[in-house]
Design a protein around this ligand. Structure first.
Ligand SMILES: C[S@@+](CC[C@H](N)C(=O)[O-])C[C@H]1O[C@@H](n2cnc3c(N)ncnc32)[C@H](O)[C@@H]1O
Length: 292
């Protein structure tokens, strides 16, 4: 690893209380910085409706972490169900306390969680066949070989209803290949005593031979203290055509790429549309929607 670990020292201070980093909750910082579950849910509905001209009901969220998307999904309509799958008990437990607990009893009953590997093929009883299968936040990039990715896509397809879509997000562009690059944003909304904090996305290492890429998330607080590299991601940097070829090989009927639309000033509108080609943006996000 060529990157120096960020220092975790608070500024010399006016106060004897512990540094903010000791009191901050990394999952709360993550949710405030990275996730907009309602946008994801809106997009899942759009992607499904554009294909099947009706509303989706059953969601399966792979790599669900704190399953904020599952919770938002069931809040949106009383018929909806959500199943979240993640290997790690820690984010699942956090999500139960912070995302599930505020739901009504009726909403809670429509969320099911499995602490499990997304590649394990489950029975319809364990994983009712879903209308939308979501693999968000690039999580599926942790499968580094074609054979691992194929195994995952086949398992995902197995869990889907006859009329269904799989939704994945992708990122790319020249800026994403710059090593030791940091993207820093100011995040409001934590409340006292944290106030605004900094979200730091760090591209630590990209290996052009293997395609391996290491990314980290850190948070820095107003007293100078840090939650340094509290989330780490060790992925292969996949491209859209590679993923679409693998989806096809795994049996998906077709796949579409959705790109964010821009207005006449070139500003992103928050609306997504199917495209066959796209400009070479230095840093882009896109969705791949695969039809079973
Ligand atoms: C990048 S996080 C994304 C979490 C969630 N989508 C979010 O945005 O909050 C990746 C998640 O995938 C989970 N994970 C990694 N490998 C997995 C596997 N084989 N099966 C299930 N979950 C897995 C990790 O435990 C982690 O919670």
């Amino acid at each position: 690893m060529s990157k120096t670990k960020p220092k975790d020292k608070p500024k010399k201070g006016k106060t004897n209380s512990p540094p903010l980093s000791d009191r901050a909750d990394k999952y709360r910082c993550y949710q405030l910085s990275v996730q907009e579950p309602s946008h994801e849910v809106d997009f899942f509905v759009q992607a499904f409706e554009e294909q099947f001209k009706r509303k989706p009901v059953h969601l399966r969220e792979d790599f669900c972490g704190t399953f904020a998307v599952c919770c938002d999904w069931v809040k949106g309509h009383q018929g909806r169900t959500a199943l979240g799958v993640d290997l790690d008990p820690e984010p699942l437990a956090w999500g139960k306390e912070h995302n599930l607990a505020p739901l009504t009893d009726a909403q809670k009953q429509r969320v099911t969680l499995h602490e499990d590997d997304v590649r394990r093929k489950m029975t319809p009883k364990q994983s009712p066949r879903c209308d939308v299968l979501a693999a968000q936040n690039f999580s599926f990039w942790l499968f580094k070989s074609r054979s691992e990715m194929l195994e995952y896509f086949r398992a995902a397809r197995h869990h889907m209803a006859d009329e269904s879509v799989m939704v994945m997000d992708m990122m790319g562009g020249g800026d994403c290949y710059i090593e030791e690059h940091k993207d820093v944003r100011t995040i409001p909304g934590y409340g006292k005593p944290f106030g605004k904090f900094k979200y730091i996305w760090e591209q630590a290492r990209i290996d052009p031979v293997t395609g391996d890429a290491d990314f980290y998330i850190s948070f820095r607080f107003k007293d100078g203290s840090k939650l340094a590299r509290c989330f780490g991601y060790h992925w292969r940097f996949w491209t859209i055509p590679e993923i679409r070829e693998l989806l096809h090989e795994a049996g998906f009927a077709e796949s579409y790429v959705y790109w964010e639309e821009v207005d006449e000033d070139g500003d992103e509108t928050g609306d997504w549309a199917r495209v066959d080609e796209a400009p070479n943006d230095p840093s882009w996000l896109a969705y791949i929607v695969a039809v079973k």
